[in-house]
Design a protein around this ligand. Structure first.
Ligand SMILES: C[S@@+](CC[C@H](N)C(=O)[O-])C[C@H]1O[C@@H](n2cnc3c(N)ncnc32)[C@H](O)[C@@H]1O
Length: 174
């Protein structure tokens, strides 16, 4: 049920296809408790991670659950965050201190003094996805957006075995 009247930024409403979630799955320990903080029940993060037998807790601004004001006890925090709040999201995640994986565009990821200062002393890993992920804008009609202008990567904390990992994605699996 939608309980919040918080205005959504259209720039934040890009949804993740299942094929972009597959590569992170193998790094998650069995029977984990996973918090998806930018997700409704329609999110494919919620569906794909639940299929693997994990306990998935999802929260979303539409339900009045503002990521910056809540905390959920879990083993991992995994999602694709709102692009307009990327820096604040990573600040909050490092404050929470739990293992996380956030799928983001790589353009400008570290391209400001604020971002460099945020990451420079932190423990983090990156998984680059190839080819580029094509997101979609409607869960009920998941038509992929063509010509995505940037590569995507998971920025992780205490999940990947080394600092940079490259993964191929199979885009036929939507
Ligand atoms: C890039 S979309 C990704 C949605 C979903 N994780 C997926 O991958 O399909 C980010 C979502 O976060 C929501 N959002 C924005 N600000 C939020 C906040 N402060 N707390 C929780 N959710 C928020 C947006 O409305 C949007 O639906």
């Amino acid at each position: 049920m939608i309980v919040s009247s918080v205005a959504k930024s259209r720039d934040d409403e890009y949804y993740t296809p299942a094929y972009a979630i597959q590569p992170i799955k193998k790094y998650i320990k069995p029977n984990s408790k996973i918090w998806c903080p930018f997700d409704t029940e329609k999110s494919l993060f919620v569906k794909e991670l639940s299929k693997d037998g994990h306990e998935v807790i999802y929260t979303h601004i539409e339900y009045g659950q503002d990521f910056f004001g809540i905390d959920v006890e879990c083993d991992y925090i995994i999602s694709n965050p709102p692009y307009s709040k990327k820096v604040d999201v990573f600040k909050r995640l490092f404050e929470l201190g739990r293992p996380f994986a956030m799928l983001v565009g790589v353009v400008g990821l570290f391209d400001s003094i604020e971002k460099a200062d945020l990451f420079k002393d932190k423990e983090f890993e990156i998984m680059y996805l190839n080819p580029r992920v094509s997101y979609f804008r409607d869960y009920d009609n998941p038509v992929e957006i063509k010509g995505i202008p940037y590569q995507s990567a998971y920025v992780c904390h205490k999940i990947l075995p080394k600092q940079i990992v490259f993964e191929r994605i199979n885009k036929t699996m939507y």
